[in-house]
Design a protein around this ligand. Structure first.
Ligand SMILES: NC(=O)CCC(=O)C(=O)O
Length: 261
């Protein structure tokens, strides 16, 4: 599976400009070096303009979902479409969306762990469902940024047949070493591919660190961006997961009878 991770700067509170950028990148990539899946960052339509969510969040994320559906069908490509500022029943959510190449919405997951350092708990409602989904009959899981600090939440997603974890983020440069170490650890401890998309650039409060990457289930970083705007391309072979799990059978050796959480 060939994947294009769109590591972008995000125009603060400007969905029109951000959608335009994504459209250009998808066109350029598909015309030069086509991929099967695109991944976008967290809150890629608005950034963390949370104080204006009452004006810029979309009712059921409808406009951005329709925009991605058009792109998916036009280029016949899947989208792990980052997360979108979403208004549902007069509440606001940070919602991860997956859309397949036929334009079907495969998954919506509301961020479960809200990040206080960026004031999410003041403006957003936390989700209470999981990020499990299937693409091309492959079970996968998707989570959002701060969620990766909770190994119990990640492991909850990876106890079944999932071979890939997708992480969409706006992770500041100040803690980019945590980002790298947590992602590599999540790949090794659950023996999965990790596909992670962060943003770059700055908003009024933070500078973001990039370093989007794809990590294999042995913990090798296969491709990694730096701090530039780029579409990072890499491939995953999900069959590798079985080989690693045979070599070190952690799922057979677990002792849930001993664990408290
Ligand atoms: N957008 C986020 O959830 C940021 C998480 C973060 O920066 C962290 O250190 O955790």
């Amino acid at each position: 599976m060939k994947i294009g991770i769109i590591q972008m700067d995000i125009a603060f509170g400007d969905p029109v400009q951000n959608r335009e950028y994504v459209k250009e990148q998808v066109k350029k990539q598909m015309e030069t070096d086509p991929v099967e899946v695109f991944v976008l960052p967290e809150l890629w339509t608005t950034g963390y303009d949370l104080a204006r969510f009452d004006q810029i969040a979309e009712e059921n994320a409808a406009e951005s979902i329709e925009f991605i559906q058009q792109l998916a069908k036009a280029y016949h490509v899947h989208f792990m479409a980052g997360s979108i500022a979403n208004k549902k029943h007069d509440k606001f959510y940070n919602t991860f969306v997956v859309i397949d190449r036929n334009g079907e919405v495969v998954k919506q997951y509301d961020k479960a762990h809200l990040f206080r350092l960026m004031n999410e708990e003041k403006y957003l409602t936390q989700g209470d469902t999981d990020g499990l989904f299937e693409l091309e009959n492959q079970p996968m899981a998707g989570v959002i940024c701060y969620d990766i600090r909770f190994p119990e939440w990640i492991r909850t997603h990876l106890l079944g047949e999932q071979k890939m974890l997708v992480v969409v983020a706006e992770w500041p440069k100040a803690r980019i070493d945590h980002w790298r170490h947590l992602l590599i650890t999540r790949a090794i401890e659950s023996q999965v591919y990790v596909v992670a998309c962060n943003r770059v650039g700055a908003d009024p409060n933070n500078t973001f660190g990039g370093h989007s990457m794809i990590i294999d289930p042995w913990g090798h970083v296969l491709v990694e961006a730096e701090e530039e705007m780029t579409t990072l391309v890499g491939e995953v072979n999900l069959d590798d997961v079985d080989e690693i799990r045979q070599r070190i059978p952690i799922y057979q050796d677990r002792r849930p009878d001993m664990y408290r959480y």
